[in-house]
Design a protein around this ligand. Structure first.
Ligand code: ADP
Ligand code: MG
Length: 318
């Protein structure tokens, strides 16, 4: 892909994408995380060519979108749904009217439309709200309408621009579970962008960290966490910054129920002092990350033992 995008403004240029390579596997949930202004929205809009990259190509489902124009491009775009942060619903239309809107535009008959809208509302758990207006809905319900509308043309790919950023934590959780179950049931491929690490942790199979128009790292979430120096691991597991030269960060990216700390002190006679850390569910697996001070004459042997047992060991200053 190698996407580049420069916005030419009156006085200055903004290089929003500086050569981004993004590859999303079919059926996976891929999250791009980064701070405001990193270029996430520009990247997402490049995927359906709402924003045409200056350089690079975009392929979706084997089709090169960047080579398409006019009606062929509009056709291809129907295979890509989009969910927005602020829902973008039509306030004068009912829930059913909003969900059916893309079908109306595509010239689908009234009876077929009402059948599809019924199915879609059931899928997102809003069957009883068909006649309600957006102003009568909670934020989470509005986003469900946004998702149902995005799914109306039966896309294979769903793009989500901060879909949960305007929602409270409990509602965020329910929308994320909905997205995951839609992926499982419909075989959707989902590309989402977010500034919340929690979203990556909860539902993403793969992720990229974006900064200043570039990916700092990207890959399968569990692989990244098992990679020394991973930014993603550091962001998912904030550790106290109180380490010294004896500090070691230990990551175990799989279900690991052996009591390795007590084993370590017994076998190698090291003193272990836990500085911080925790265990989190990441990509459906339990992952632990601990920052510890380890001292003793057999410290190096102890660390080798951990590495040999599949734990990632990162030493301070190395
Ligand atoms: P994010 O979604 O990560 O917050 P954006 O993709 O929206 O980042 O923006 C990336 C950069 O491009 C920012 O510096 C932003 O100001 C600039 N930018 C985005 N859209 C436009 C536009 N339409 N015109 C000019 N500059 C833009
Ligand atoms: Mg944005």
């Amino acid at each position: 892909m190698g996407l580049h995008k420069t916005y030419r403004l009156k006085k200055r240029q903004v290089e929003a994408l500086k050569g981004v390579d993004l590859h999303v596997e079919s059926g996976e949930i891929f999250g791009v995380v980064g701070q405001s202004g990193a270029g996430k929205s520009t990247l997402l809009r490049s995927v359906n060519l709402l924003e045409r990259p200056d350089e690079g190509s975009v392929r979706v489902g084997g089709e090169e979108l960047t080579a398409l124009r006019g009606s062929r491009l509009r056709e291809a775009r129907r295979g890509i749904g989009m969910v927005h942060q602020h829902f973008a619903l039509l306030s004068s239309r009912t829930v059913a009217g909003n969900v059916g809107f893309p079908l109306e535009v595509a010239g689908v008959s009234r009876s077929e439309r009402s059948r599809r809208v019924g199915e879609l509302l059931e899928l997102v758990g809003l069957s009883d709200k068909a006649r309600a207006y957006p102003s009568q809905l909670s934020g989470g319900q509005k986003q469900r309408v946004g998702i149902a509308r995005a799914l109306a043309p039966e896309p294979k790919v769903l793009l989500s621009d901060e879909a949960t950023s305007a929602l409270d934590p409990a509602t965020t959780e329910s929308i994320l579970s909905l997205l995951r179950s839609l992926r499982d049931e419909l075989g959707l491929t989902i590309l989402l962008i977010t500034h919340e690490m929690d979203v990556i942790k909860r539902i993403c199979d793969s992720a990229a960290i974006m900064e200043n128009g570039e990916f700092r790292e990207s890959g399968r979430v569990l692989d990244l966490i098992g990679t020394p120096g991973s930014l993603l691991a550091r962001s998912l597991f904030p550790l106290p910054d109180n380490g010294g030269p004896e500090t070691v960060v230990i990551t175990y990216p799989r279900s690991f129920d052996e009591p390795f700390m007590s084993e370590l002190t017994r076998r190698f006679d090291v003193d272990v002092n836990i500085l911080g850390g925790g265990v989190e569910q990441v990509a459906g697996q339990s992952v632990g990350r601990l920052s510890v001070d380890m001292r003793g004459s057999r410290r190096a042997e102890a660390l080798t033992y951990l590495s040999e047992h599949g734990l990632l060991v990162e030493e301070a200053g190395k």
